[in-house]
Ligand binder design. Sequence first.
Ligand code: GTP
Ligand code: MG
Length: 307
Amino acid sequence: METLLKIIVSGLDNAGKTSILTALDKKYDFERDIVQLKPTIRVEYHKMNFLKNNTIFWDMGGQETYREIYVNYQDVYFDATDLLIYVIDVQDPDRFDDSLEYLNAILTFFSESEMGVPIIITFHKFDPELKTDEEILSNIEKLREKILNEYPDFNILFQQSSIYDIISIVQLVSYGLSVFDKKFFELSELLEYYLKIFNNQALIVLDRNGIIVSEYYSDIEPDVYVELLESIKEHLFLLKRMEEEKYEGNFDFTSTEGKLFSYLLKTKINNDIFFVSAVLKEEQKVKFFERFPNFLDDLTKIIKQLI
Ligand SMILES: Nc1nc2c(ncn2[C@@H]2O[C@H](COP(=O)(O)OP(=O)(O)OP(=O)(O)O)[C@@H](O)[C@H]2O)c(=O)[nH]1
Ligand SMILES: [Mg+2]
């Protein structure tokens, strides 16, 4: 059955909400659009399809006047929310308290109206060069503990994201969307199983828009990590281009980057397009292609239940 999902994207002004949605939509070449972003006036709506779901992202402008309106008319804005993505700017510790207060207003409404809304909180602007920044890491940990203690009854998933790490943006939304169907769990187990057989570095299934349907990674050695990210980025770029050019045919693509071999397959399941992205060590290639058809069969069976 087709459903319509309401996803609220909330957080203080300047937290990066519209940037996240812009990056998600474009996947590449979005830097210029993001520099030109203006504060969002009230709410902007972004539509996106994900498997059998139509989703509408409510990008809630976070300036104080708007926040007051939302809080005063909570039922208008927050009623029937299927998922909340709450964005906290990790580079702005002076406003952590304000942000927690706003989060509290929203969660209080959910509690009072007995809405069991799944929640993703992302520590955003966690840019690649900050990944080892002690202060930021410790702030993130403190915030996480505080929130977990405060709201033991909510189902909260924490993420870190940055527009300079497009994979983190795709993951953010993918995790959110996967809470809606238990089949995702089965899919993830399938990927884990085949990842071991193939001895792969990464196995990812994406929908036609480049939203991750499921993914699995092996313990990645630090020296191949950068090459792995480059390969995945290249795949995101390719599939976005195919969508833009309304490319309908079958497609597969291989390339080698340093020690890694990467493979992207476009496949049609029922009437939907999916992509399988695999990254592996060059020497595993033969074994991979031997077993790949089995994987594709098993994958198709599960996906058919999701669409
Ligand atoms: N360093 C860094 N800056 C970011 C990131 N994401 C967004 N920004 C910057 O943060 C600023 C605000 O981004 P917006 O997306 O407009 O913020 P917003 O949450 O939509 O703000 P409102 O619409 O007022 O609620 C922009 O200057 C972006 O370039 C990020 O991941 N890292
Ligand atoms: Mg905005």
